[in-house]
Design a protein around this ligand. Structure first.
Ligand SMILES: C[S@@+](CC[C@H](N)C(=O)[O-])C[C@H]1O[C@@H](n2cnc3c(N)ncnc32)[C@H](O)[C@@H]1O
Length: 211
């Protein structure tokens, strides 16, 4: 347990707007990230609940944690119309615990915002049943001029504007270093490569807690 809190009304307002008008490419990636899931799922930092509509009917229960209260309120409304049962709790990833293991954990656009992603990834690993899987959709560190732009963004306004988001993170490496076996992964551009934004390249994948 930690005393970590997430209270970010400014970012919550921005995210409510952004998440209501996402590019089609990102929505396709969300759907791909959740395809084939079944059983009991934990979703970390659910935001406004944008993923909820994409869970397949083979999922029996989603426990979605969202500590930012303005976002949790919107997520609860999205849960009410989701195609599968979703419960939204206000825990942080750091403080969440469960006596019953999960079949899958879902992280989308969240490992960039967590202070200690390595610690949280190890904790998520322990919350899965052996053989259970982490599904992730995360923007990641690029190379060349984009890496330079990401480092500048991270050192200046980006984390302040976007709820502690860091754009130059080697998230795939962090996942592999936390005990997961990456079973299936690739990268995709959600926008054309020339777009001068630090968050155009996404890693999408499935990583398993070895049985
Ligand atoms: C960019 S939003 C992404 C929301 C959602 N996952 C999605 O795909 O649309 C990042 C989310 O992570 C949440 N978050 C930040 N730090 C967190 C933490 N320590 N534990 C759980 N969630 C956290 C924020 O409140 C926010 O909802």
């Amino acid at each position: 347990m930690t005393d970590k809190t997430v209270d970010n009304p400014f970012f919550a307002r921005i995210w409510k707007t952004l998440s209501s008008s996402e590019p089609k490419a990102l929505r396709r990636l969300r759907s791909e990230n959740l395809a084939g899931l079944s059983g009991r799922v934990l979703e970390i930092g659910a935001g406004t609940g944008t993923n909820f509509a994409f869970y397949p009917s083979t999922v029996t229960e989603v426990v979605a944690i969202e500590p930012e209260r303005h976002l949790a309120e919107v997520a609860r409304s999205a849960a009410a119309t989701a195609p599968v049962p979703v419960t939204v709790t206000s825990d942080t990833a750091e403080e969440f615990g469960s006596a019953e293991p999960f079949d899958a954990v879902v992280c989308s656009l969240v490992l960039c915002s967590i202070d200690q992603p390595d610690t949280v990834l190890r904790q998520l690993h322990s919350l899965l049943r052996p053989g259970g899987e982490l599904r992730y959709l995360e923007h990641v560190a690029g190379s060349g001029w984009r890496a330079g732009m990401q480092r500048v963004a991270d050192a200046t306004v980006w984390p302040r504007l976007f709820g502690n988001c860091h754009t130059h993170r080697h998230t795939e490496q962090a996942i592999a270093d936390s005990g997961f076996q990456v079973a299936d992964a690739h990268r995709e551009l959600a926008m054309p490569a020339w777009v001068p934004l630090p968050v155009t390249e996404f890693a999408i994948g499935r990583a398993v807690r070895p049985a």
